[in-house]
Design a protein around this ligand. Structure first.
Ligand SMILES: CC(C)(COP(=O)(O)OP(=O)(O)OC[C@H]1O[C@@H](n2cnc3c(N)ncnc32)[C@H](O)[C@@H]1OP(=O)(O)O)[C@@H](O)C(=O)NCCC(=O)NCCS
Length: 169
């Protein structure tokens, strides 16, 4: 099969997707429920992966989720996601969520995370995706860092495969 043309990061990125927090988004501690933020990140990261690969994609792994500050009632959440790197069939997408007080313009960094998606063909088998072209200094740094994280993920995966029988019940 011919190699797919590389695509720039900007072709699939999501910049500051806006989500207004309402009372039904809160946990019992009166801060925004973290699971809601994670689910929205997963959904938006899927869009980035499917734009880049032009295939159905599934979440293979999520790592380094860090909640850096709580989001509060009435905040506006801004979700930014972009493709850091692709390999064979897998892609790493970085997510950053910022909370904005829309009255004052003040912002706080709420979450960072990395999602690995795998593109699937019509038989649900992994299929190769285009390479990504980093366009800015920041994107080149993320491209390099993604390789380091991938090594860690694959090492963990291999180690877990060796002991997976312990995990079956
Ligand atoms: C993700 C999945 C398709 C991988 O299938 P698989 O049979 O393990 O396929 P392979 O071993 O050929 O791996 C395919 C790619 O996934 C990557 N991968 C698989 N598991 C991974 C993990 N835990 N972390 C990072 N990458 C992973 C491999 O490195 C490989 O990447 P590459 O092609 O870029 O080198 C399969 O495990 C799956 O279907 N998981 C369930 C997905 C799901 O239901 N998600 C939630 C709902 S969307």
């Amino acid at each position: 099969m011919p190699e797919k043309s590389p695509k720039p990061v900007s072709a699939s990125a999501i910049e500051k997707h806006v989500y207004k927090v309402f009372p039904n988004d809160m946990n019992s501690h009166e801060t925004v429920f973290g699971g809601m933020i994670m689910a929205k990140c997963d959904r938006l990261a899927l869009v980035v992966a499917e734009r880049h690969s032009a295939h159905v994609c599934v979440t293979a792994a999520v790592d380094s989720i860090h909640f850096r500050a709580p989001a509060k009632g009435n905040d506006t959440l801004l979700f930014s996601l972009s493709l850091n790197r692709s390999w064979g069939s897998s892609m790493e997408i970085g997510a950053k969520v910022v909370a904005e007080n829309s009255y004052t313009g003040e912002t706080r960094h709420i979450l960072s995370a990395f999602f690995t998606f795998v593109a699937l063909d019509e038989n649900d088998k992994p299929i190769d995706v285009p390479a990504v072209i980093p366009e800015t200094g920041k994107q080149r740094q993320r491209f390099a860092n993604a390789e380091i994280r991938r090594e860690g993920r694959l090492k963990t995966r291999a180690q877990l495969a060796k002991v997976s029988d312990d995990d079956k019940d």
